[in-house]
Ligand binder design. Structure first.
Ligand code: FAD
Length: 452
């Protein structure tokens, strides 16, 4: 049993159960320092959007309480990991550092740190904790990453069951170091406080995540075949919990393979394949860390995106386009920090195709406003809708928001909920002619075809 302390550096894994880095530290023995860094300084770090900052505050608060209940402490520090982690090692005399892996640009920070800490004689280990399968293990026959979802997911399923989740530790011999007060990070909005709708909709933290999973198993999963209907609660809303790692996909996988009612069991495979889209997004990010800025299909670099019309962009952001399903989605997003998947596709199609605004503008708005804003899934999904991404919908497939609403919100429950004035005289006329703008979009796409 080691007598020197271990450091567990938490990032997108704000949980105690199924946390391999935490379990490794406890198994090593000796005191454990658990640290979270607010790192906006490392190369490749993207500052969190407002809704994510709100979520992070709640999640860290909950984690600190959960740790304290087991005898642990959460230390908060701010700054670049390459400075803060070595100084924590020096302050505590730690002999080991553990973390769970990241898959985007910041993995270079982790790799460099691992080399330098090991050179100083420390034990440093990283673990797979947020994906069912490590991206470098799922490759096509030729060894290249998959570009199409269906064979990717088939390969994941063929790779066998993911490891079972680990239990939460029974107790922690906690060590603390001097750190920041969470409130001093000012993650919560104050003037104005726009978070009332978020507080009403969500409970950040591990307990809230497990609660949400159980509720979904009982109420949502039996209805999951109707997941495309935004007016009913048929999807899990686990996305922000998975984003911050309050719950791992291994826990979801294990629960969904546990006892289920027949109606829920019938939807198991479909639900897991959506978790598969998350894995696919991370696989794309792993092979292209600059996914939020660079087209996956480089022929799209020739696409003639227009300069956004400020009034049109503002109407899209605020949900005043005069297109009811779009306005409903954008208001759901602004109010609750979340939007139904089908509607995300519709609003993204309107922005990139009917308004010819660069997908990166939409990606940034979602980054700021979604509680589940995710470096892999957000960028990959925007590129998917825009046509520039992996396994993307062909550009010429332009969603018609009127037909989409008729098909997926036939009783208009969703639109009426978020746009109560929709049938009144004050509701605006559409800001864009859908038929004419579709033809313009197809003409603009010719530039991509010419660039091939
Ligand atoms: P469920 O249907 O219950 O699915 C379960 C889980 O699977 C989700 O929580 C999520 O982790 C994952 N998942 C489901 N669908 C997808 C998908 N298409 N791609 C990747 N993962 C998926 N998802 C995010 O988590 N973060 C984002 O920033 C994000 N941005 C998006 C932007 C656009 C333009 C679009 C079209 C989709 C985006 N998605 C994003 C994917 C999807 O819309 C959400 O994951 C889903 O709506 C979350 O709701 P849920 O948890 O109820 O999903």
């Amino acid at each position: 049993m080691a007598s020197s302390p271990s450091i567990v550096w938490l990032r997108d894994d704000l949980r105690l159960a199924d946390n391999p880095a935490l379990s490794a530290a406890i198994e090593r023995g000796g005191p454990t320092l658990v640290v979270y860094l607010l790192d906006e300084d490392s190369p490749g770090a993207r500052p969190l959007g407002g809704a994510s900052r709100w979520w992070l505050h709640g999640s860290l608060r909950s984690l600190a309480d959960d740790l304290a209940a087991l005898g642990g402490r959460l230390t908060l520090r701010r700054g670049a990991a390459s400075d803060v982690i070595p100084s924590l090692v020096a302050e505590t005399g730690a002999g080991a550092v553990y973390w769970n892996r990241r898959y985007g640009a910041l993995r270079d920070v982790d790799a460099a740190l691992k080399v330098s800490l090991r050179a100083d004689g420390l034990v440093v280990e990283s673990f797979g904790a947020s994906l069912l399968h490590e991206p470098w293990k799922i490759t096509s026959g030729s060894g290249d990453p998959y570009r199409v979802f269906t064979p990717f997911w088939r390969a994941c399923l063929a790779a066998g069951d993911p490891r079972p989740p680990l239990p939460a530790p029974a107790s922690i011999d906690g060590l603390a170091a001097a750190g920041d007060d969470l409130d001093d990070w000012h993650l919560l909005p104050t003037r104005p406080d726009w978070a009332a709708g978020l507080r009403e909709a969500w409970t950040p933290g591990e307990a809230g995540a497990l609660d949400r999973l159980e509720r979904f198993i009982d109420e949502g999963l039996p209805l999951y075949h109707r997941r495309d209907e935004p007016g009913i609660e048929a999807t899990s809303r686990l996305s922000p919990h998975l984003r911050f790692g309050e719950l791992s996909p291994h826990q979801v996988w294990a629960r969904v393979h546990g006892p289920l009612e027949p109606a829920a069991a019938a939807n198991r495979a479909k639900f897991l394949s959506e978790i598969g889209w998350r894995e696919f997004s991370y696989s794309i990010l792993f092979h292209q860390p600059e996914l939020a800025t660079v087209n996956v299909r480089r022929d799209f670099d020739a696409f003639p995106w227009g300069e956004p019309d400020p009034a049109e962009l503002e109407a899209w952001r605020r949900g005043t386009t005069g297109i009811p399903i779009v306005d409903a989605g954008m208001r759901q997003l602004w109010t609750s920090g979340w939007m139904h998947n089908r509607v995300r596709m519709i609003v993204a199609s309107l922005l990139t195709k009917n308004l010819l605004i660069d997908w990166r503008v939409g990606e940034q708005w979602f980054w700021d406003t979604l509680v589940d804003a995710d470096e892999a899934s957000n960028a990959a999904s925007w590129q998917w809708v825009a046509g520039s991404g992996a396994d993307a919908a062909p550009y010429f497939r332009v969603f018609n928001p009127v037909l989409q609403a008729e098909r997926f919100d036939p009783d208009r429950a969703y639109v009426r909920r978020w746009v109560p004035e929709v049938d009144g005289p004050e509701y605006p006329r559409p800001i864009v002619d859908l038929a004419a703008s579709r033809i313009e979009a197809l003409a603009a796409y010719e530039a991509v075809k010419a660039a091939k």
